[in-house]
Design a protein around this ligand. Structure first.
Ligand code: COA
Length: 317
């Protein structure tokens, strides 16, 4: 059964606004990435979904193509964003098969809960490599195509077509610091800083570059890794001023905005989509169960056991 529009896109957008243009997305088979891709394809774009798993990437592409008759969605698996060469080949293949790259989402990310005390240097480096270096590699592999796209789609133009837009996936932990998330906080801070430089260096070519920083989003791999499965929906919503966790649609709509004719003058910034959650970040810690209070859980070394760890084997430290 296909996913209903209400799950990945609001009714605010007009069909066809991204027609004849192409999205290139890393992490596009993930929960947030597939909603972003669905939304863009629904509104006319074709897409290349990049991922590590061939099976998962191709299956997601096939499924997402169903949202619009005639949509061309290609899954390019076996690509790790830590390898510039494999990203470059994926970008070249995307242009060869679909004709261009007009929008890029650097969405691939790695996360798990760990205090610094049990974070090995390699664990810290793995997240920096995937998130920060991966975003840089994605940028390097696609920027020549984005320059061409921006030249074809001047910002603004009377037809309202857009192109030459880069969005990275950030977070809000580094605004305050976050226990058990030092690796991700450092990686995402660097991504935000990188977007500022991209906006400055490539703005004169007509390119926009921004981060989107999701808060806690329902039904995502990220939250399975960060939030205790023991927290019920009502309790966790209490910590967010808007009163609930976000949906993948909230992030997809923000992405559409930044890529659309409505987002022409938005560049070099971070769009935080979190229901104002980060402003109460101290009220809720990630990786703990109810009743585990800061700093007691750190001093006792206690973290939630109700998390997806994603760990293959025991760390060396
Ligand atoms: N706690 C502490 N350390 C952990 C860990 C955990 N839960 N999970 C992995 N690590 C450590 C490993 O022990 C290893 O360190 P070591 O060599 O010193 O032992 C290091 O991190 C790399 O792990 P490895 O599994 O070899 O790396 P990988 O490159 O295959 O995987 C991860 C990268 C660890 C980020 C993995 O979780 C991943 O692939 N994540 C992608 C999906 C994801 O996180 N989605 C959510 C996005 S918000």
């Amino acid at each position: 059964m296909s996913v209903p529009r209400s799950e990945y896109l609001s009714n605010s957008w007009k069909d066809g606004i991204f027609a004849n243009r192409v999205l290139f997305i890393t992490g596009g088979a993930g929960s947030i990435g597939s909603a972003q891709t669905r939304a863009m394809v629904h509104l006319g774009a074709d897409a290349c979904i990049i991922g590590r798993s061939v099976e998962k990437t191709e299956a997601a592409a096939k499924e997402i193509a169903k949202v619009r008759p005639g949509a061309r969605v290609i899954g390019i698996g076996n690509v790790d964003v830590r390898s510039y060469d494999s990203l470059k080949s994926a970008a070249d293949r995307c242009v060869a098969d679909l004709g261009s790259i007009d929008y890029v989402i650097a969405g691939a990310a790695g996360n798990f809960i760990a205090p610094i005390a049990s974070l090995s240097p390699n664990a810290f480096k793995s997240v920096i490599d995937i998130d920060t270096i991966g975003t840089f590699n994605t940028l390097k592999a696609t920027i020549p195509h984005l320059i061409q796209s921006a030249a074809r789609n001047p910002n603004p133009n009377p037809a309202g077509t857009t192109g030459g837009r880069f969005v990275s996936t950030s977070a809000t932990f580094h605004y305050t610091g976050m226990p058990l998330q030092s690796h991700v906080s450092a990686a995402k801070a660097a991504i935000d800083a990188l977007m500022g430089s991209v906006a400055l260096e490539y703005g004169p070519y007509g390119i926009t570059a921004n981060s989107i920083a999701p808060g806690a989003i329902e039904g995502t791999e990220g939250m399975e890794r960060l939030a205790s499965a023991k927290l019920d929906k009502q309790t966790r919503g209490k910590h967010v001023p808007i009163g609930r966790w976000g949906s993948v649609r909230d992030i997809a709509d923000a992405t559409v905005f930044v890529f659309s004719d409505a987002g022409n003058y938005v560049s070099g910034t971070t769009l935080v989509v979190d229901g104002a959650g980060w402003r109460r970040q101290g009220a809720v810690a990630v990786g703990v169960d109810e009743g585990m209070e800061y700093p007691d859980f750190l001093l006792s070394g206690e973290i939630s056991k109700h998390l997806k760890s994603g760990r293959k084997e025991k760390a060396k430290i």
